[in-house]
Design a protein around this ligand. Structure first.
Ligand SMILES: C[S@@+](CC[C@H](N)C(=O)[O-])C[C@H]1O[C@@H](n2cnc3c(N)ncnc32)[C@H](O)[C@@H]1O
Length: 216
């Protein structure tokens, strides 16, 4: 995807249809990711690129959950969901660029980003920011489509790359680039969603924050 204004424009158009198009088909991956974020009691959890808030009802009630998103229209729908479902554990839904978060270092115990890494202009900055705002030892959970390592799928993904704008996500984000670049420990990688074509990555925030990635 391209710049933030382009992303905002895409999600302004997509927001009324988002739950129908991307709700049920990605639900199992969201459930699996949030289940890992929910492991410990009384946590501060950040949902990055919260969208229309489809995952918000899944967080445990003793958590304090904050969602951020670049799109006001997506956030409006998330806010309506919070009110409709009386989600008292949701402490804030804030318009914010995930690549330049306004939070202090170590503000959250767990940080989750579902279907966001292939949408932001720079996935490395996204991961670096997730790491910065997460406490050492905290959980970082990413659900995304990642580039296949070879075969026909790799060819399809490569040829789809120029059309990222049209298909709404970049099909060639490389998992190991993210993990290595951010110097995060991978706890587990699990295939999720339709046909296992998406992956849930559970990182542990082990390494100290990397100054080079801070709001670079
Ligand atoms: C595919 S949707 C995923 C929404 C939600 N996580 C879900 O699983 O349904 C991607 C979301 O990321 C948001 N987004 C894209 N770039 C962003 C950025 N730089 N900062 C914050 N949010 C961003 C979009 O506005 C959109 O709501």
């Amino acid at each position: 995807m391209d710049s933030l204004p382009t992303i905002r424009a895409s999600y302004r158009r997509l927001s009324p249809l988002y739950d129908v198009l991307e709700g049920a088909i990605f639900h199992s991956g969201r459930k699996d990711a949030v289940a890992l974020a929910n492991k410990r009691a009384n946590q501060r959890i950040l949902d990055v690129g919260v969208g229309t808030g489809l995952a918000l009802p899944l967080y445990r009630k003793d958590a304090w959950v904050v969602g951020i998103d670049a799109s006001p229209e997506m956030l409006k729908r998330a806010k309506a969901r919070v009110e409709r479902k009386r989600l008292e554990n949701v402490g804030g839904l804030i318009e914010m660029d995930a690549m330049r978060m306004a939070f202090a270092d170590r503000s959250f115990d767990a940080v989750v980003a579902m279907h966001v890494a292939s949408v932001v202009p720079d996935p490395m900055k996204l991961i670096a920011e997730m790491k910065r705002v997460c406490v050492p030892g905290g959980d970082i959970l990413v659900v995304n489509h990642f580039a296949s390592s070879g075969g026909v799928m790799r060819l399809i993904e490569k040829s789809a790359r120029p059309f990222a704008e049209v298909i709404g996500f970049r099909p060639d984000v490389r998992l190991m680039h993210l993990a290595d670049g951010a110097r995060l420990q991978i706890v587990q990688v699990r295939r999720v969603n339709l046909g296992g074509y998406w992956r849930l990555i559970h990182f542990r925030n082990t390494a100290p924050a990397d100054a080079a990635h801070r709001n670079a």
